[in-house]
Ligand binder design. Sequence first.
Ligand SMILES: Nc1nc2c(ncn2[C@@H]2O[C@H](COP(=O)(O)OP(=O)(O)OP(=O)(O)O)[C@@H](O)[C@H]2O)c(=O)[nH]1
Ligand SMILES: [Mg+2]
Length: 317
Amino acid sequence: MAIPKEELLKRFAGGQRAALSKIITLVENHATSFPDVLDELYPRTGKAYRIGITGPPGAGKSTLVSSLVQTIRTTEKTVGVIAVDPSSPFTGGALLGDRIRMQDIGTDPGVFVRSMATRGSLGGLAEAAGDVADVMDAFGKDVVITETVGVGQCELDIAEACYTTVVVIVPESGDAVQDMKAGLMEIADILVINKSDRDGAEQIARQTRAMFELRDERNGWDPPVILTVAFKGDGIPELYGHIEKHRQFLAESGLLEKHRQSNVEATIKAIVESDLHSKTWNEATLDRLEALVGDVMVGKVTPRQASGVILKMIEGP
Ligand SMILES: Nc1nc2c(ncn2[C@@H]2O[C@H](COP(=O)(O)OP(=O)(O)OP(=O)(O)O)[C@@H](O)[C@H]2O)c(=O)[nH]1
Ligand SMILES: [Mg+2]
């Protein structure tokens, strides 16, 4: 690392954006210093309110986030944004493009935006997204918004690790509502029908409200359904109002504390699992694996017997 860790942490504590950016990179790349750095920062986390925004590709999530950030900024709160594996670049049209309303957030010192690509073998995407959110939290962001494309379980998990999950769909999903992946609807604390300047928005709103009425209330919270036109900012203050209401609901019912606890549990498990994984596969076990594959192929051992051999190697004598 070019800058010594102590100096980097000092700059981070002093509110320097470059240090924030650098630490996120360390964390993302699993640099050797990253567990230390995260441990140093951990006591400073726990203050940021975490909002997850998820939905199908191209639903207008980034545009909505830009607009939401502007609404939040009118309250002087600072915001961190994490865009996980966006199919279109967050810093492109939606953020800095020709939409006058969107222009400010890219240069606003109270806003920090970071895109994260899918991680290869370095560890779980969910774990990394959680770590980056922790870093922004420790930096002092009042709100951290994570945008994920809600198509995979991992992305849904990331969204649900946030305190308030906003699911964004579009009128075109209308016919698909019945067989809409249950997962997406299940995790919604707030449902947004974006692009409601298009036909069918009211209809899908009615359908989804009916769906929500049929199912059991989630711990006493009824997910509101809101119509928005993200690039005009229509419906965004209303959305923020519902996010605040949900936050209040969680705090007063004690569910926020429970949510935090289950996030801590998930984090500990994820670290244990990823450490076990990296301890398992070293040069010796990988060599043995290759040999065992051959043995299985010629019928000398079964896959289960082969895995027993590997497990014995790890457990030691
Ligand atoms: N008509 C209409 N178009 C919108 C609205 N909101 C966003 N869009 C457009 O939809 C397109 C996709 O917007 P994005 O904000 O990039 O969508 P996204 O969901 O973040 O996309 P991915 O991150 O790639 O999944 C852009 O061309 C936006 O300008 C809206 O309310 N109405
Ligand atoms: Mg996006």
